[in-house]
Design a protein around this ligand. Structure first.
Ligand code: GDP
Ligand code: MG
Length: 166
């Protein structure tokens, strides 16, 4: 079995963009508005001779506490299922918008989850990495890892590191 990497985070942080890069497919819809990908989407990829499976999710906008309504609830459910199926969770946040309460709500769930979780700060293109990372330390999920999914910045390095134990 390939290691399974779940991409989670609130809408619009760049999960589908990263999914496309990791699977080199156009299967995941990438859009300028939040919440387009409502179901889980699976793709396979390969890096440094290692194969993996990636799960793209619709994102969790209102948190993951179980009181979400309608489509948000469905998306939160998809994310929880993806986390269950994964060996590795990449929790994406957005360096452009900075830390918002929805990120903290998701982090609260991930901190008590047993899955190996990596905090990934996307959209660092054009930003100074060190200062862009600073506020994300407060999430309590360890080192923030800067990437730019749409440019490929640090993506290969991150995935190499993530897959090292497998
Ligand atoms: P999702 O809702 O989390 O799946 O986010 P998407 O992958 O649909 O991306 C949301 C928006 O962010 C799109 O307009 C992307 O082009 C943009 N985006 C994604 N990655 C990056 C990045 O690394 N840098 C910048 N500047 N924009 C990005
Ligand atoms: Mg998406």
């Amino acid at each position: 079995m390939n290691p399974v990497i779940a991409l989670v985070g609130r809408p619009n942080v760049g999960k589908s963009t990263l999914f496309n890069r990791l699977t080199r497919s156009r299967d995941a819809l990438v859009a300028d508005f939040p919440g387009l990908t409502r179901d889980r989407k699976y793709g396979n990829g390969q890096l440094g001779g290692k194969e993996y499976t990636v799960i793209d999710t619709g994102g969790i906008s209102g948190g993951i506490s179980g009181d979400e309504q309608g489509i948000d609830a469905a998306m939160a459910e998809q994310s929880l299922l993806a986390i269950d199926e994964a060996d590795i969770v990449l929790f994406l946040v957005d360096a452009r918008s900075g830390l918002i309460p929805a990120d903290e709500a998701i982090a609260n769930h991930l901190r008590v989850n047993q899955k190996k979780t990596w905090l990934v700060v996307n959209k660092t293109d054009g930003l100074e990495e060190h200062s862009a990372m600073a506020e994300f330390w407060t999430l309590g999920l360890g080192d923030p890892h800067p990437i730019a999914a749409s440019h490929g910045r640090n993506v290969t390095t991150l995935i190499d590191e993530v897959l090292a134990p497998f």
